[in-house]
Design a protein around this ligand. Structure first.
Ligand code: HEM
Length: 372
């Protein structure tokens, strides 16, 4: 038998609750319940905030990726940006030269397998390869012990804006005009006028003719990162992949071929491997690590950290890059993110795009009875 008195029936909701829970007459019940309810409400509010429901003007990964879908349509199972691409595989041979600045094993005198992807920008899977001067190279280095280094690089050293909102507004401004299929020049002009930070990007594009091949293109991390040495000291760097092939300008006679860059890559790889050198550029004091619209002077110290050799190309529909999210914040020990705000925005947007496309792929598989 309980040593506590049974609460009388006339003591209101608290007493009723005590009887249901078989608690003593003097046990506090309403305060703990209010606490639990409060915690649950806070959790819900946190979830709603993270999803952007409470702040519709806030820039979320969902909103950013929605904008790509509005511009280019939804192409189920495919990336929402840099949609047209091709998988590649090969290896990276580190030479040890960067070992003084980073403990990442990939920089030692070792061979690291690599899965990669070349692509062109925008969310249209059938865009002609040379519609834009931008080309991209994304790489996943498979380090020992399950560590990975993922990087997504573009063919210019700087980007159009240094903030996620500025980047997002550039995507909004470049929405194709239904009449021409191209961005409205007046909207683009208004964007550039409102974003003076985009001037350096425009000047770079005007001064550099589009490359003729993925194989002769230099690809830049654009964002800064930090290398961490054995003593824990950090060194701010940007990296680029410098092709061994001398750059050749695009021949306008062949530029109309829709798959020019992919066909050229496959033909070159059929003849033999292609190589790039990983060049690390070190920031000097005062060089911005959080402003991807400003290149650092070419006189900064550079280190050749090793050679990337690509051997094989495969279609992305079924190739090894299909299910990779080239999130640039997935880094091994010895490399860290910098204070550049674009990195977190990229990570969120790539994740959203990845979740959408892999969900769509799974749904398509299910509706085809599991056939690949
Ligand atoms: C610093 C400048 C940037 C560089 C160098 C860059 C580079 C790239 C590359 C290489 C890819 C293709 C990855 C692949 O082949 O799978 C890509 C895809 C993408 N980019 Fe960026 N990007 C930049 C900025 C941004 C920003 C600021 C956003 C939006 C916040 C963004 C949104 C996306 C999205 C949604 C994808 C598709 C991702 C996927 O589904 O895998 N990018 N980008």
């Amino acid at each position: 038998m309980s040593s506590h008195p049974i609460p009388p029936a006339s003591d209101g909701p608290a007493g009723a609750l005590r009887r249901v829970l078989k608690l003593p007459a003097d046990a506090p019940v309403l305060a703990p319940l209010a606490g639990i309810a409060g915690a649950a409400a806070l959790l819900c509010a946190g979830y709603a905030w993270a999803a952007g429901w409470l702040t519709p003007a806030r820039l979320t990964p969902v909103r950013i990726v929605d904008t790509f879908e509005t511009n280019f349509g939804v192409h189920p199972g495919l990336r929402r940006n840099h949609t047209k691409g091709i998988c590649v595989t090969g290896r990276f041979d580190g030479n040890g030269a960067a070992g003084a600045w980073s403990t990442a094993t990939v920089f030692g005198p070792v061979r690291t397998p690599v899965v990669g992807r070349f692509a062109v920008p925008g969310g249209n899977p059938s865009v002609p390869d040379t519609a834009s001067p931008v080309r991209s190279m994304a790489l996943l280095f498979q380090l020992p012990g399950g560590e990975q280094w993922r990087t997504g690089m573009n063919s210019m050293p700087i980007v159009v804006s240094n903030t996620p909102r500025g980047f997002y507004e550039s995507v909004l401004a470049s929405r194709p005009d239904p009449a021409t299929g191209k961005p409205d020049p007046a909207r683009m002009k208004a964007y550039f006028a409102a974003h003076p930070e985009s001037g350096a990007f425009n000047a770079w594009v005007k001064a550099h003719p589009p490359s003729s091949s993925f194989a002769d293109t230099r690809f830049y991390s654009i964002n800064a990162f930090r290398l961490v040495d054995a003593a824990g000291a950090e060194h701010v760097v940007r990296w680029s992949m410098v092709p061994e092939l001398a750059p050749a300008p695009l021949d306008p006679r062949g530029a109309a071929a829709p798959d020019l860059l992919q066909d050229d890559l496959a033909a070159r790889l059929a003849r033999g491997p292609l190589r790039w050198h990983l060049q690390l550029q070190f920031a000097a004091p005062g060089d911005p690590e959080d402003d991807a619209t400003r290149a650092w002077p070419a006189t900064r110290r550079t280190v050749d950290a090793g050679v990337l050799t690509l051997e094989r190309a495969e279609a992305q529909d079924d190739g090894p890059c299909r299910d990779v999210n080239f999130d640039p914040t997935v880094l091994p020990r010895g490399i860290r993110v910098s204070s550049d705000p674009l990195l977190a925005a990229r990570s969120g947007a790539y994740s959203r795009s990845y979740n959408l496309r892999t969900h769509e792929q799974a749904a398509a598989l299910a509706s085809h009875g599991g056939a690949r």
